[in-house]
Design a protein around this ligand. Structure first.
Ligand code: NAI
Length: 336
């Protein structure tokens, strides 16, 4: 049976990596009907809405999306469309697997990294509640609730149980933000008690950052509030070869939107240099989500085979291939 999915190419390198990913998914033979929902800076500015209605309508119909990055203006301009999407559809869990790919040279030659980040996706300092109290004095509200904290903790522990993961580490700054991060931590502890087979640990975010760089192989599942989750995701991406290869999923009760960790990469947009691996691996997560397990496994193995061979990888991971050459190699491996 064919499956409808919303395709949001986004802007910057988004359309390039989205095109590549659709080719790779189509090569698996999965019958997906893509509903194209354009979303970029121009559309947002023209419609005057951070989240234009056509995008919401499509996602409300399909309940599943594959999304490229969308540029957000810095220090002014419209609000982040990504944050708006996650809040509007209540995509509360941001899931980001960080795994060593074969053949990629990193600083950790003999180490196999295999961790999954669970980032709370709807609140914290991303509440967007900022005020200028008086000129030159600004406050930005960090919102932490029991509901959202318990929900992300439950999601992480359920994943651990289902996937036979051994350890969850909650990452916080509750020594300073005693109330906000204190509540997050309390919720994690309470949920952890219901999963006695999963080891539970806590780390202060600064120490966690150092430990991640020194001994990344000791991390299994990371459980974080929104802002630390965002920052630690990029740090962790750097451990395995960069943003070009790290996928992600925004999961809610009713909707799921799959997107890479990386942004719109304006520095390389339109040059055919972008690495589509991150969005392709996000598509692997999407295929698993819709029950296309064989296609998911095939695509994952094909991407890994291209990396193992090492001849057709992009510049960000030490190769010379273009986006298209890498995609050709993946498509060939899928079909081969
Ligand atoms: P970025 O992730 O776009 O780029 C950081 C660095 O990584 C750049 O040097 C870029 O060339 C490189 N890079 C990223 N993805 C790559 C890929 N697939 N292949 C090869 N190299 C890649 O982060 P930056 O520059 O801080 O943000 C640019 C814009 O993206 C901003 O407007 C930001 O708000 C937006 N953004 C959007 C996200 C989303 O839509 N989910 C997520 C993160 C940022």
């Amino acid at each position: 049976m064919s499956q409808n999915c919303t395709l949001i190419p986004g802007d910057g390198i988004g359309p390039e990596v989205a095109r590549a990913t659709v080719r790779a998914v189509e090569a698996t033979g999965t019958d997906i009907k893509w509903q194209l929902a354009e979303l970029n800076q121009n559309i947002i500015l023209e419609s005057g809405k951070t989240l234009p209605q056509h995008v919401l309508d499509s996602l409300n119909e399909t309940r599943v999306g594959l999304k490229g990055p969308v540029t957000t203006p810095i220090a002014g301009g419209f609000q982040s469309v990504n944050v708006a999407l996650r809040k509007t559809l209540d995509l509360f869990a941001n899931v980001r697997p960080i795994r060593t790919l074969p053949g990629i040279k990193t600083r950790f030659e003999d180490v196999r990294i295999d961790m999954v980040i669970f980032r709370e996706n709807t609140e914290d300092l991303y509440s967007g509640l900022e005020h200028e109290i008086i000129p030159d004095v600004v406050t930005s509200l960090k919102v932490i609730t029991r509901t959202a904290s318990e929900r992300i903790a439950n999601y992480a522990f359920q994943y651990a149980r289902k996937n036979h993961r051994k350890k969850v580490v909650a990452i916080h700054k509750a020594n300073i933000m005693k109330l906000a991060d204190g509540l997050f931590l309390r919720c994690c502890r309470e949920v952890a008690e219901r999963y006695p087979e999963v080891e539970y640990k806590e780390l202060i975010v600064d120490n966690a950052s150092m430990q991640l760089v020194i001994r990344p192989e000791t991390f299994d599942i990371l459980l974080l509030p929104n802002l630390y989750g965002d920052i630690v995701s990029d740090l962790a991406a750097g451990l395995v070869g960069g943003l070009g290869i790290v996928p992600g999923a925004n999961m809610g009760k009713t909707h799921a939107v799959f997107e890479a960790v990386h942004g719109s990469a304006p520095d390389i947009a339109g040059q055919g240099k972008a690495n589509p691996t991150a969005l392709m691996l996000s598509a692997v997560m999407l295929l698993t989500h819709i029950g296309e397990n064989a296609a998911a496994a095939k695509l994952q193995q094909s991407i890994e085979a291209v990396y193992k061979e090492g001849k057709n990888v992009t510049g960000d991971v030490g190769g010379t291939a273009s986006t298209e050459e890498f995609t050709d190699a993946v498509v060939k491996a899928v079909k081969g």
